[in-house]
Design a protein around this ligand. Structure first.
Ligand code: MG
Length: 323
């Protein structure tokens, strides 16, 4: 996927802020379009090089993102004016051919697809089998290549499925191999129900590195059991440099009962920066954005780092431990 400011050295990470899409999609309360615009502008000012802004999905399925067309039309005009988004690429999720066509018609250049490693989860999430989904995606990916677009594909349930349990490693490896062969520029490995521990991450990544370049892999961890940060640090040690995160830990999956929020942007920024790994994202600006979002949405964000800052603890600067 296009990045306007990919980090310039091999130790830095790229964080993709997915809060406006993944974080809001299962929300009962509708966030006004003007507030979504402010949220995304503020996230760009925090320093994210990529923000997933919405999803081109029928409002019947995701009412919280029913304003995707209006929102993206406004934001992309803003992007073209190089106002807030001179350094930030905006992307959208479009999990079928119709959504993809609508996203392109709206001017979206960065589009993400999603397929599950579990057939049952895929049926519930997309109402089709894995094979049917991949058939449609093969057409989308070939169309995207012709248009010079770059596409990310999320692979859900990589570490556990709420319906089928842990899937065989061979299934995961084969799906990632097929997605790369179909032309996906990036495959984001989703821990949909936040089940993984670092040992699982190690097993999966070691197997995947044998079939696809690690630069094409991103990790999308959930913090359901408090292990999102530990898993990200483990994936970093194995060469992954692209991580998804969401403001304050917003999010979950409507088709994965019990799945709580995505790993929080604040928690990943803190963990990486304190370890001496550059993220390009300002923790102070993030905390101010979370504070503002809590006030307009009347909800408490779960990020531990954010809550500690809100409680008055000082932001701890990047580590000088090796100095
Ligand atoms: Mg998620």
């Amino acid at each position: 996927m296009k990045s306007k400011i990919r980090q310039g050295n091999e130790t830095a990470v790229t964080l993709i802020e997915v809060g406006p899409r993944d974080g809001l999609q299962s929300s009962d309360a509708f966030i006004d379009t003007k507030d979504k615009i402010t949220l995304i502008q503020r996230l760009a000012e925090c320093g994210f090089s990529q923000i997933e802004a919405s999803a081109f999905v029928h409002p019947k399925w995701i009412p919280a993102l029913a304003d995707h067309r209006e929102l993206m039309t406004h934001l992309l005009a803003d992007e073209n004016q190089k106002n807030y988004f001179a350094r930030t690429a905006l992307s959208v999720l479009a999990p079928n051919e119709r959504g993809f066509e609508n996203a392109i018609a709206c001017g979206c250049q960065n589009i993400a697809l999603v397929v599950s490693a579990s057939d049952t989860h895929n049926q519930k999430n997309l109402n089709s089998s894995i094979e049917q989904t991949l058939e449609g995606y093969a057409r989308i990916l070939s169309h995207a290549r012709e248009k010079g677009l770059t596409l990310r594909v999320y692979l859900s349930c990589v570490f556990d499925c709420p319906y089928e349990g842990t899937l065989p490693l061979g299934t995961i490896v084969e799906l990632v191999r097929r997605l790369e062969a179909l032309g996906a520029n990036e495959v984001a490995l989703g821990d949909t129900i936040g089940a993984a521990v670092p040992n699982d991450v190690q097993k999966v990544l070691k197997a995947l590195r044998d079939v696809v370049p690690v630069e094409k892999l991103a990790c999308h961890f959930h913090d359901t059991r408090g292990l999102g940060v530990a898993n990200a640090l483990c994936a970093y040690d194995l060469g992954v440099r692209i991580f998804d995160a969401s403001l304050g830990g917003l999010g979950g999956c409507p088709y994965a009962p019990g799945a709580s929020g995505n790993v929080a942007s604040e928690d990943l920024v803190y963990a990486f920066e304190r370890s001496g790994v550059s993220t390009g994202v300002s923790l102070t600006a993030l905390a101010q954005t979370s504070l503002w979002f809590e006030s307009i949405s009347k909800r408490k964000l779960p990020s531990k780092v954010f809550q500690s800052q809100k409680g008055g603890l000082q932001t701890i600067p990047p580590s000088q431990k090796d100095a």
